[in-house]
Design a protein around this ligand. Sequence first.
Ligand SMILES: Cc1cc2nc3c(=O)[nH]c(=O)nc-3n(C[C@H](O)[C@H](O)[C@H](O)COP(=O)(O)OP(=O)(O)OC[C@H]3O[C@@H](n4cnc5c(N)ncnc54)[C@H](O)[C@@H]3O)c2cc1C
Length: 416
Amino acid sequence: MRYSGFAVLKEALTGHRGWGPAWRDASPQNAYDFVIIGGGGHGLATAYYLAKEFRQSRIAVLEKGWIGGGNVGRNTTIIRSNYLLDGNQPFYEFSLKLWEGLEQELNYNAMVSQRGILNLIHTDAQRDAFIRRGNAMILNGADAELLSTEQIKQRYPFLNTENARFPIKGGLAQHRGGTVRHDAVAWGYARAADQQGVDIIQNCEVTGFRIENGTCIGVETSRGFIGAKKVAACVAGSSSRLMAKAEMRLPIESHVLQAFVSEGLKPLLPGVITFGAGHFYCSQSDKGGLVFGGDLDGYNSYAQRGNLPVVEDVCEGGMAIFPNLGRARLLRMWGGIMDMSMDGSPIIDRTHINGLYFNGGWCYGGFKATPASGFAYAHLLATDTPHPTATAYGFDRFATGHMIDEKGQGNQPNLH
Ligand SMILES: Cc1cc2nc3c(=O)[nH]c(=O)nc-3n(C[C@H](O)[C@H](O)[C@H](O)COP(=O)(O)OP(=O)(O)OC[C@H]3O[C@@H](n4cnc5c(N)ncnc54)[C@H](O)[C@@H]3O)c2cc1C
């Protein structure tokens, strides 16, 4: 069924009896051409583009839980392409362009909202760094604008611009950045992939790889062995645990990242805003809740919940830029497991095992990458060559020293 305003009207008048399930509940077959492990945003997008753009068939997505239960449904929904380094910027700009046409492409309302993102500046040195970043973005075809404190005051009158420990001295805006309803992205890709003939198999955990003579010929799962010509791992925070089953040790650590949402408030925050003197980012959801987050908890963990010191730190960051946040009540908080790479940038590459591919290391930033990651991974799986925007995302950069250290933090995963 094609979703449209007309369909909504028709169903409203006929008792909503025509809505079918958005995708089939497929049972695993004995073998596929492509098995994608992980039904998060990246795995589902990969399956969709593999079928739609690269005309491949016999594709399955294996998800150990349910679609949308991982980080794709836990993030703070921010999309942007305000990256500095050549290895990253074209990839994230490609992703933003895909977001711009995504709802039409998938025939699904993912609530893509280009409400803009503003990174606040608090020191002169930070202004220099943001001017450099803005210029790099413009050189790569993205949009960027440096705003003065006066311009920021007009748009965000409630911000504590002067009477603050870290006065606001301007900001770098990307007006095409914004937010997207995260779980709708998973559902939209799942439905569109299903329509292309992809089998989406939930409650099917991959428990091992079957590797013969250096070639991966399939996966062991909680629902039996499934053969595959190509196996594509795409499990975000579970990357290290999964690839250990193929005896691979990854340049990735897993850390908890928490997020928070306040009670519903009247419209207050028109766009996404980030604090430049600490780590705090915030937007307002269409239901009115302030959705915000900050740093990782800072220790290795696979538990999808965090601890109180980070709650305090995040709230301090929020209070530093808009003290009226202190009067809002917190509605919910939750955690997700981040696949933090050594240089803060992702990996989309073949492994040393024939037929086994890897996508991971997304750190805090994988949601905005979802469309491009899916497209680039599908390109790699279909052609065995990296997509032009993802050539820097190889494993070999850790051996050759060609790091893509966007934050300049060195090889310390919890700082990226
Ligand atoms: C609190 C929080 C806030 C964030 N905010 C942002 C943001 O604002 N902007 C941004 O760009 N990014 C953000 N991110 C990061 C982003 O959400 C992730 O980088 C991205 O979602 C990871 O890709 P995914 O969607 O494929 O992951 P997931 O949705 O986690 O998908 C991986 C899937 O693999 C499954 N799986 C694991 N092991 C197995 C197995 N053995 N067999 C089968 N299936 C398996 C899991 O169940 C899971 O469903 C945030 C993350 C968190 C946690």
